[in-house]
Design a protein around this ligand. Structure first.
Ligand SMILES: [Zn+2]
Length: 369
């Protein structure tokens, strides 16, 4: 989900084939824990603050100076700390930037004093025990801010590219003006996409249209303020209700697949599909977007990929990834099946060639190698 660093990535792949399997994305991996991390803080003794701690993370793939995370924190009195290193070298990162939206969605950003490769632990404390000592971390990343920030950051300039909502599309679109998008932080880079990629947002699974609007506003803020991207990374976002939201204009480079953003339209399901099941409405909406992109991008069947087909990442979650083969068939077959969902979506896709490497990497990650 960030900008071009092809040389670095290639070198890492060649020189560190086993240890640093997550060189594709800066996600922090905690041994024995899976996102979303669900923290239920428990008091250690009567009257003592309730505490939850993650296991120590794997050693991050690259040196970092920034740790960010996003999730859901219903109780604003909860404190989140990040500790780097173990034993004598353990130290707590201070003065995080915290943003918590009224619905409990939050992101946090911590800086280290210097670039480091120390593993990380997240600690959650609730000083006043109550029934609401619950918190979910949807995603945590460690990266070098200079490397993660999108090129072109600087003075905000004119919104030069034509927004997609100004064109006629074969489906209704919740335009940026409707969901009250902030303007981009810098000029976009023009692009002529030829392929498209499926993602999940690894965020909230919104329960209504208004919750989806709140969620896309949160994601844009997370991408612009925590990740220092020009704008929300994706071109289209799809809610569980099947509403299609306008992200970046389709005619500009997005920020959604490391090293492969050029020529690549990013389409993301809101939610985490490691856990959630994609809704019928969202799958139907994706077919509309996909069939449009097949024409607009002049894309062939192999030009449609899921994020994990590009890099070692959970995205778009096993339950959504299982639908990719059927989506591909329905988007690219000359005569699409009569039904866009049942029973066509029931059989998981066969694993395409080339994915073995990913599953081996995933096993290595889960085995802590
Ligand atoms: Zn993704």
């Amino acid at each position: 989900m960030k900008f071009l660093r092809p040389v670095t990535a290639a070198l890492l792949l060649l020189s560190m084939p086993v240890l640093y399997v997550y060189c594709g994305e800066p996600i922090l991996i905690f041994k024995g824990a899976k996102y979303p991390l669900k923290a239920h803080a428990l008091p250690r003794s009567p009257g003592a603050p309730a505490v939850y701690e993650t296991p120590m993370s794997e050693i991050p793939a690259e040196a970092y100076d920034t740790v960010i995370m996003q999730g859901m924190m219903p109780d604003p009195s909860v404190t989140i700390q990040v500790v780097t290193g173990e034993g004598a070298s353990a130290r707590e990162l201070e003065k995080p930037v915290i943003k918590r939206f009224p619905n409990g969605r939050f992101w946090l950003k911590f800086r280290t004093d210097a670039s480091t490769r120390e593993p990380v632990r997240i600690k959650v404390t609730q000083k006043t025990p109550s029934g609401a000592s619950f918190l979910s971390v949807y995603e945590a990343e460690a990266f070098s801010e200079a490397a993660e920030a999108e090129e072109g950051a600087g003075e905000p300039r004119e919104y030069a590219a034509v927004p997609y909502s100004d064109k006629s599309l074969p489906f209704p679109l919740v335009a940026r003006t409707t969901w009250k998008a902030k303007p981009p932080k810098a000029s976009y880079t023009a692009d002529s996409p030829v392929r498209f990629t499926l993602h999940h947002t690894a965020g909230e699974f919104p329960a209504s249209y208004s919750a989806a609007v709140a969620e896309i506003q949160f994601i844009q803020d997370y991408h612009q303020s925590a990740k220092k991207w020009i704008d929300i990374g994706y071109h289209f976002l799809i809610s569980p209700q099947g509403d299609i939201f306008e992200g970046r204009p389709a005619t500009v480079v997005g920020a959604h697949v490391l090293n492969h953003n050029s020529g690549n339209t990013g389409v993301s399901f809101m939610g985490n599909y490691t856990e959630e099941t994609p809704t019928k409405a969202a799958l139907e909406a994706f077919l509309k977007v996909g069939r449009h992109l097949r024409t607009a991008n002049n894309a062939g069947s192999k030009d449609f990929k899921a994020h994990r087909d590009w890099a070692a990442t959970e995205c778009p979650g096993d339950k959504l990834y299982a639908r990719v083969g059927d989506l591909r068939t329905q988007i690219f077959d000359k005569e699409p099946a009569l039904s866009v969902y049942s029973p066509v979506f029931q059989a998981p896709a066969a694993v395409p060639p080339g994915l073995k490497a990913y599953s081996e990497l995933a096993e290595a990650v889960s085995a802590g190698k």
